[in-house]
Design a protein around this ligand. Structure first.
Ligand SMILES: *Cc1c(COP(=O)(O)O)cnc(C)c1O
Length: 407
């Protein structure tokens, strides 16, 4: 049986197949980059138009109360909470992932006086390492351990915070949140998980693991749109002690009392800084509602089936590529990454055929399988395109080798 014939059977039996129609995707495109910028939910434009025309245009400033603007950040956070194993009052949608990292790294250091080290790994997402570096001027010391099986041994009495990304952005390799959180706590350290490549694609159980802090991205699997607000999680047990350095007025206990002195809000609201981006939150809310409706367990099951089927389809075409993602589906996020010296040109040749994946320097072709809107037919077609690009040396065409600014 050809991959296309098998795909038709899988699609016919797929309980999530109906959700593809809930997204807008251009004809002729197979979108394998939903792990970088999620697709547009079909109902986002109308929801945005309502917020712009009715709530802003007609409601004007009254909409802070009448249209639920004032608590939008907490409301959207509460909807993200069940996707990551958190309670509704432990998550807030605000700022960017980078800014949320800054606030929570600083908060963790304040909670571990006498300890200065933030432990992470080289090759973590750049902004995560950069945000650690930015706090070095405040006395923080960065420590990176490359071998994953040596992270636990590096948790000595100087470590205030272990900070890792659950699903690695380049390879998709997963860390064991529960085991590492336990080890960090045994060493007296706190833990901050970056869930940017997990949230909305695979289940996470922060409270089951006893995690302290987490952040994640709104524009990847949550489909909140470019530059969507990110989210931050703080375990309720830390709310009373939380001190974060961006003490803006929206994190105040009573912002509209206009007092001269800062007093942090009692709960997760303390993580807010300035006025929340209402338009961005409105778009994010649509994406979160849709992902929550489909259900993260079902999404993860389909994600694993899609990537396994993609690998099978490549084999059917005798494609041999170096897989840098873990070969076992339950050890990786919702992506497959392949190493090839010409990965950039291969990626460009695929894009010219309508298969949008991405390239990660220096030599990684990264294909993301956002399970909410991809079909098994997409997998079969993408595998056939990749096989053709390689068999015909199509990537050697000069136009595919020229580098653009944003890859
Ligand atoms: C995408 C991503 C980010 C993005 O950070 P922003 O501040 O939202 O640009 C951060 N961390 C990881 C691990 C990511 O994958």
């Amino acid at each position: 049986m050809t991959p296309e014939a098998r795909a038709a059977e899988f699609d016919a039996a797929d309980p999530l197949a109906e959700y593809r129609a809930r997204f807008t995707l251009p004809d002729g495109v197979i979108y394998l980059d939903g792990n970088s910028l999620g697709a547009l939910p079909r109902s986002t434009p109308a929801a945005m138009a309502k917020v712009v025309e009715r709530d802003w245009g007609e409601g004007l400033i009254r909409s802070w109360n009448s249209a639920g603007w004032f608590d939008a950040a907490a409301r959207v956070g509460a909807k993200i909470a069940p996707l990551i194993g958190a309670a509704p009052n432990e998550v807030i949608a605000c700022d960017s992932t980078s800014v949320n990292l800054f606030k929570l790294i600083a908060a963790a250091l304040a909670m571990r006086p006498g300890r200065k080290v933030v432990l992470s790994e080289p090759g973590n997402f750049p902004t995560d390492l950069y945000m650690i570096a930015g706090l070095e001027a405040q006395g923080l010391a960065a420590r990176r351990v490359a071998e994953r099986d040596r992270l636990i041994a590096a948790l000595d009495g100087d470590v205030a915070l272990l900070m890792l990304t659950h699903a690695h952005y380049k390879t998709g390799a997963l860390h064991d949140i529960a085991a590492l959180t336990r080890a960090a706590h045994e060493a007296g350290a706190l833990v901050l998980w970056d869930l940017s490549h997990s949230t909305g694609a695979l289940p996470v159980d922060l409270n089951g693991a006893g995690a302290d802090f987490a952040v994640g991205c709104g524009y990847k699997y949550l489909c909140g749109g470019p530059g969507a607000p990110a989210f931050a999680f703080v375990a309720e047990s830390h709310h009373a002690d939380l001190q974060q350095p961006l003490t803006g007025w929206f994190g105040h206990a009573a912002p509209f009392a206009f007092s001269d002195d800062y007093e942090g809000a009692p709960g997760i609201d303390r993580l807010q800084c300035g006025t929340p981006p209402i338009l961005g939150l409105a778009a994010l809310e649509v994406g979160v509602d849709l992902i929550a409706e489909i259900g993260v367990d079902r999404l993860y099951g389909k994600s694993q089936a899609l990537s396994e089927f993609f690998l099978e389809s490549l084999m059917a075409h005798d494609v041999v590529l170096e897989l840098v993602s873990p070969p076992r589906a339950d050890e990786r996020g919702s992506q497959l990454s392949f190493r090839h010296p010409e990965a950039y040109a291969i990626c460009q040749a695929l894009i010219a055929r309508g298969v949008i994946g991405d390239f990660r320097a220096p030599d990684i072709l990264r294909l993301g399988f956002a399970p909410a809107y991809l079909s098994f037919a997409d997998m079969a077609a993408a595998a056939r395109h990749l096989a053709d690009v390689l068999a015909r040396d199509e990537w050697q065409r000069p136009e595919f080798r020229e580098r653009a600014a944003v890859t």
